[in-house]
Write a protein that binds this ligand. Structure first.
Ligand code: IMP
Length: 200
């Protein structure tokens, strides 16, 4: 990734504060712990964006679990998806006969996650579910079941808390919009996946 020619502009207004992130991640962790008790899931973080979320989320899941990371590339320097998804680094362990929880920072068109789900499902895990911090639901181009969702937000490019623009802003403790935005984020209800989906 090539850097911006100049220093990045200050981000726009805070969309999700540090306190809101902490509280919601606690709720997600609680729901995941209940659903995966005695299943020792492999929690798979999607690099790079999900690394902060992953670190906070697993500390909110008080059950036995293992972690691994997978790297995909789907965006260049702009704020629009190229539509192309590429695996840039693979898992370090086998997930055969394991319960897998993919932890992703954001779902936009859904192309990245749907590619990842297909890729991991082909390795014969017991189950594959998805936890995303932020869902831009109105941008979806492909049908995709999300099992745990932190926040749904309007169609706006966000930065901070792992989200970057041209490589910058990942280290902010909050999530901000890059441009002005109307409408506040929503927290969808945390329904156990088994109540909503058939099968694992
Ligand atoms: P999708 O394939 O269109 O769903 O895009 C998913 C990927 O696009 C995420 O993993 C992010 O890397 C990136 N992305 C989408 N929207 C944003 C955003 O608002 N800020 C930062 N990255 C984003």
């Amino acid at each position: 990734m090539s850097p911006l020619a100049e220093a990045p502009p200050p981000p726009g207004r805070v969309l999700i504060s540090e306190e809101e992130l902490k509280a919601r991640i606690g709720e997600l962790g609680g729901a995941i712990a209940r659903d995966y008790e005695r299943q020792s899931p492999v929690v798979v973080g999607v690099l790079q964006g999900a690394f902060l979320f992953m670190a906070d989320l697993i500390r909110a899941i008080p059950i036995d679990l293992m972690t691994d990371f997978i790297g995909v590339s789907s965006y260049g320097i702009g704020t629009r998806s190229s539509g192309a998804v590429r695996l840039v680094s693979d898992l370090s362990m086998s997930i055969e006969d394991r319960h897998v929880l993919i932890v992703e920072d954001i779902v936009d068109t859904g192309l990245t996650l749907s590619y990842l789900k297909r890729t991991l499902e082909a390795r014969h895990p017991t189950s594959v579910r998805v936890c995303v911090l932020v869902d831009k639901i109105e941008r979806r181009e492909i049908e995709l079941a999300l099992d745990y969702v932190g926040f749904t937000i309007p169609n706006v490019f966000v930065v901070g808390y792992g989200f970057d623009h041209a490589g910058y802003y990942r280290n902010l403790r909050y999530i901000a919009a890059l441009e002005p935005v109307a409408g506040a984020p929503e927290r969808p209800p945390l329904v156990p996946p088994r109540a909503r989906m058939s099968g694992a």
